[in-house]
Write a protein that binds this ligand. Sequence first.
Ligand code: ATP
Length: 197
Amino acid sequence: MRVIGLTGGIGSGKSTVARLFAEQGVPVIDTDEIAHALSTPPSPALAQIAQTFGPEFLSEDGSLDRVRMRQHVYAEPTAKKKLEAIFHPRIKDTAIQMLDALPEQTPYAILAVPLLFETGNYNQIIDRSLIVDCSIELQIARVQARNGLSQHEIEAIIASQCPRKARIELADDIILNETTLAHLQSTVSALHQRYQD
Ligand code: ATP
């Protein structure tokens, strides 16, 4: 079975592309969803958070206090590394287990990793990388339409991610998502045919 690593900048259309592959019957494993599941109590990752950062970083229901953790990570540069050291290996292990559990005859699976190129964690696991690409202006417009972030905040997130040009250079396959959803759907269908062969 081949593993296609799916990535792209914020608002590029990764989740939409992942959904379109899933609609074709392709198994999609999403590391964001794994991270979310690992932050839902009870979980060993949360126990380690309490041990490393203190129990005050968990809410009353035992879940991660995201606002407090975000503020801490912002104020304390080493905290981000510690947090990643707790989550990243667990996310990767879970993704590998999920891939291993797929039926043997599965031609290929999509592994959605928002920061595929930024972390380099999945280089040994994926056979090809697929990026969803669009202009920065479109990224900003889409994210603004979805939530209330300011242009400045979105630009800061874009600046923290792999630059567009570098991402395009690193990609094996590119979906240009700058027009309609119908066009995106036909692009995904064509790739699906290719990946099955
Ligand atoms: P994030 O990194 O923030 O999770 P993403 O890359 O997963 O974003 P999506 O959530 O798939 O991006 O898309 C961002 C928004 O843009 C969504 O509201 C989606 O419906 C919309 N969108 C994506 N592609 C298109 C398109 N071709 N036409 C119209 N709307 C689109």
